[in-house]
Design a protein around this ligand. Structure first.
Ligand code: SF4
Length: 435
């Protein structure tokens, strides 16, 4: 079975296959005011998004956690994640951003001081300029936040080497920091549910599919450490509430627990019908009867299993994955508008070999990096996008003017964005937490 390596620059083509292989559910939620990434299938899968959907629909608290790897310049692929974060913030989420300086040190050898400088000078002002509200956003450093490291060592006890190898496929060449770093990520994802950071609540982590190993690890660990578990037909399950009659169902469950001899338990999940998550099938089912088993660690470790959404990874302008280490493959948010324009004009397209062939047989927008820019970033109007797709297929739209259109939009966008980023530098202090 193919493993996903979160630190490689591998490009994935068949997302449906990846979804099936790793048990990722298709993303089919009808979100209010959904931005283009949600409505165009760029976000193609999820784990546990049901409670985030409930939180959005019912105006309940939820958190969003994302991270930045301070090892290079921010590009349009990173912008995509922040746009999702901004959407969740607009729907009421509090935002936590981890500077993955421990990970950058472990995997890229970047000293902590350099990581700090890159994060503060490059990433944080860009986040503000991309529209995150400084008053409801915090940026922290993995290396400075004790709670993150505490969770990492505590939960390390819940994972064995076989599981690590199965998820990450580490080899004898990997040093010990490679093994520790994913546990720090588990700490990042879960610590926002500690009382100090807002308490247990649904948490969403929007990621590229390459980060799925971290999500699987975290959700598996939480599955073993939840406030209580219900075992039914041998599966380990978690309990949630949804629907109109939540209170009645909650009371019924409490009676049931008491009748089953449990006097110490805590249920603080304000959802409405009783559903259970089958952690093996990653699916939701209703329950009527269940055998309850109690885990004594629940008091200090009542975490919601974090939800994840998965977006497609952007194709680089040169083909392959868009990557910070291949400057020509990406539009960086620090590129001058002129530089960006040149990159788009040199981009790999799905056009015919010659103009005549293109006009005769049409182009293929589905393999074109310029069309992908339109879909992911540049064109908001769905009907115009459809028109671009069709006219390219029919050979009526040709690559030169098409690239110029994309280059012009990016040129103007970058100009405006870079002005905003200059102004945002004064606000950086507001959102950085030093503990
Ligand atoms: Fe891509 Fe536009 Fe050329 Fe079609 S016409 S292949 S969308 S650049």
């Amino acid at each position: 079975m193919q493993l996903i390596n979160p630190w490689s620059s591998q490009q994935y083509k068949d997302y449906a296959k990846l979804r099936d292989q790793f048990g990722i559910a298709p993303f089919n939620f009808d979100l209010p005011d959904a931005p283009i990434l949600f409505r165009r299938g760029v976000i193609f899968g999820h784990r546990g998004f049901e409670y985030i959907y409930d939180a959005i629909k019912n105006n309940r608290n939820f958190a969003v956690l994302t991270g930045l790897m301070p090892s290079g310049n921010m590009h349009f692929g990173h912008k995509m994640t922040i746009e999702q974060v901004r959407y969740y913030q607009s729907q009421g989420a509090d935002v936590h951003i981890a500077v993955a300086d421990i990970e950058a040190y472990s995997f890229r050898g970047i000293p902590l001081k350099d990581a700090e400088r890159i994060a503060l000078e490059e990433y944080v002002p860009s986040y503000i300029a991309l529209g995150l509200d400084p008053a409801r956003t915090e940026v922290y450093f993995q290396s400075k936040r004790q709670e993150v490291k505490d969770i990492a060592w505590k939960l390390a006890k819940k994972v064995n080497m076989s599981e690590f190898l199965a998820i990450y496929g580490f080899s004898g060449e990997d040093n010990m920091s490679h093994l520790f770093s994913p546990l720090v990520q588990v700490g990042d994802i879960l610590h926002v549910q500690l009382e100090k950071f807002g308490g247990p609540r649904p948490t969403i982590v929007p990621v590229g599919v390459d980060q799925d190993p971290h999500m699987r690890l975290t959700r598996d660990i939480v599955g073993r450490w939840r406030m209580f578990s219900i075992s039914q037909q041998g599966a380990t399950l978690a309990v949630f509430y949804k629907g109109e009659d939540a209170e009645k169902k909650l009371k019924n469950l409490i009676s049931y627990l008491e009748a089953s001899g449990f006097s110490q338990f805590k249920i603080n999940v304000p959802y409405k019908a009783l559903y259970i998550l089958d952690s093996q099938k990653e699916d939701w089912i209703r329950i009527d009867r269940a055998i309850i088993s109690y885990e004594k660690e629940f008091n200090e470790n009542a975490f919601y299993p974090p939800a994840a959404t998965y977006h497609r990874l952007m194709t680089g302008l040169t083909g392959g994955k868009m990557s910070s280490s291949i400057p020509e493959s990406a539009i960086f948010l620090t590129d001058s508008p002129e530089e960006a324009r040149k990159k788009v004009m040199r981009a790999k397209t799905g056009g015919g070999v010659t103009l005549e062939e293109h006009r005769k047989y049409g182009g293929n927008p589905d393999i074109c990096s310029v069309y992908e820019l339109f879909v992911y970033h540049l064109i908001d109007d769905d009907s115009y996008l459809k028109d671009i797709h069709e006219s390219c297929r029919e050979g009526k739209r040709v690559c030169g003017p098409c690239k110029r259109e994309a280059a012009d939009i990016i040129y103007n966008w970058l100009k405006e964005f870079q002005e905003k980023r200059e102004q945002a530098k004064d606000e950086v202090k507001e959102i950085v937490s030093w503990e």
